[in-house]
Design a protein around this ligand. Structure first.
Ligand SMILES: [Zn+2]
Length: 410
């Protein structure tokens, strides 16, 4: 470790109590992905919290369109994306990303933090408000080291990662073109393992419109949307495993009502995960064929919504180069770093879509995310903030060989 890096490590350790207090404060505010008012209020709070690093803009995002269970297309407003941009001409540039939404709705039972020995339990402590605290302090440490002027940075805090970044994803993909490396603050596993490669993923909705009729008097005049939907979904299910590691999970259906009525509307939903862009193209075309085939049946209208929103994040040469650097940096702090492959997705997939190598699990260590047992390991706030600070300082200090798989845009 070079001289400039030593004092800031001590500064970070001295911030442990503040970091913990901030994590608790942030997690006690509900920011479920559908809690628009909660997200808006928290965005304003975050704008203040990050102001110590520079001006934070609030960027408006388009409405989110969804097909509800009754088959209606509904538009929901999106909370803003927060952006802090400090470019540095001729210097390497780093994109830092975190989401401020959580999976816990406003009426979920899990709303506040509780200390439990060396763990903090609470909504979003690991996924990922604790990680956002790590980001904030690591960047302040970079500033204190005097190395901030050696790199360009851009911070993006998005409001909709937990539902697949439907409104912010395109912005992330676009900005990822202009940087040399991406750092995302999803939680590490409890033992500190990071995620190396990820599958791609997409959510789909199929809506079938049929024709209502009385089940006793004129059943022949009806067109049963629910039965047709079941036929379609049965065919969709056969795509599971049709390509290597392609998975299809038919997860939800809705339709019908009174038992003496032929149902005229049915909505089905499924999730797909896959390993390559070719598989994504293949899958989309298979689904389009299915929709076209069933649309030909007289009296029905079949429509598909959604798509593969996150392409796979493979272990490309540039990503492996970054992983090696991060592992070496960890070793300097006696942090053992290993990487594993997962079927889970995050905004790291979006950055990779623009060829930006990234490490996406630089947040706190924790577990049981997306459940009322979510926790983070308290000491990992200091540990991970030091880790990220050292990564940033070494990058700024010319100790990293910045490589991309495709050249960045300028
Ligand atoms: Zn997350």
């Amino acid at each position: 470790m070079i001289k400039k890096q030593q004092p800031v490590m001590g500064w970070i350790a001295a911030q442990q109590a503040d970091m913990l207090a901030k994590t608790i404060d942030w997690c006690n505010v509900n920011t479920g992905s559908a809690n628009y008012d909660g997200l808006l209020a928290f965005a304003a709070k975050l704008q203040g919290e990050f102001a110590c690093l520079g001006d934070v803009e609030l960027i408006d995002l388009a409405d989110r369109l969804v097909v509800d269970d009754a088959g209606n297309e509904v538009a929901y407003p999106s909370a803003p994306l927060l952006r802090l941009h400090k470019p540095c001409a001729g210097k390497p540039s780093i994109l830092l990303v975190a989401h401020y939404d959580t999976v816990y709705a406003r009426d979920h039972e899990f709303q506040t933090c509780i200390m439990d020995g060396d763990k903090l339990r609470g909504p979003g402590v690991a996924d990922l408000k604790g990680g956002m605290v790590v980001m904030l302090y690591a960047l302040q440490a970079l500033e204190k080291s005097g190395l901030m002027s050696e790199v360009g940075i851009e911070i993006l805090l998005n409001p909709d990662e937990e539902i697949g970044s439907p409104a912010s994803g395109a912005y992330l993909v676009e900005r990822a073109k202009y940087h040399d490396v991406g750092l995302i603050f999803e939680p590490a596993l409890a033992d500190g393992t990071l995620v190396g490669a990820r599958k791609g993923s997409g959510n789909f909705t199929v809506r079938v419109k049929g024709k209502a009729a009385h089940a006793g008097r004129e059943i022949e005049a009806g067109r049963n949307a629910l039965v047709l939907l079941m036929k379609i979904l049965t065919e969709v299910e056969t795509l599971h495993g049709a390509r290597d590691e392609l998975s299809v999970n038919v997860a939800h259906i809705n339709g019908g009502g009174a038992l003496n009525m032929v149902p005229d509307m049915a909505v089905g939903r499924f999730n797909c995960r896959l390993n390559s862009v070719e598989d994504a193209v293949w899958l989309e075309s298979k689904l389009d064929e299915l929709v076209a085939k069933y649309n030909k049946i007289e009296g029905y209208e079949v429509e598909k919504f959604g798509g593969i929103t996150r392409n796979p994040k493979p272990a490309t040469p540039a990503n492996l180069n970054l992983q090696e650097f991060v592992a070496k940096t960890g070793a300097m702090l006696n942090i053992e770093v290993s990487f594993k492959h997962t079927g889970g997705v995050c905004d790291g997939n979006n950055l990779m879509q623009s060829g930006l190598p990234n490490i996406d699990t630089l947040g706190v260590r924790g577990a049981n995310i997306h459940s009322p047992d979510e926790y983070m390991t308290v000491e990992s706030l200091t540990e991970r903030a030091q880790f990220v600070a050292l990564i940033l300082m070494r990058m700024a200090n010319g100790e990293y060989d910045f490589k991309r798989d495709v050249p960045k845009e300028r």
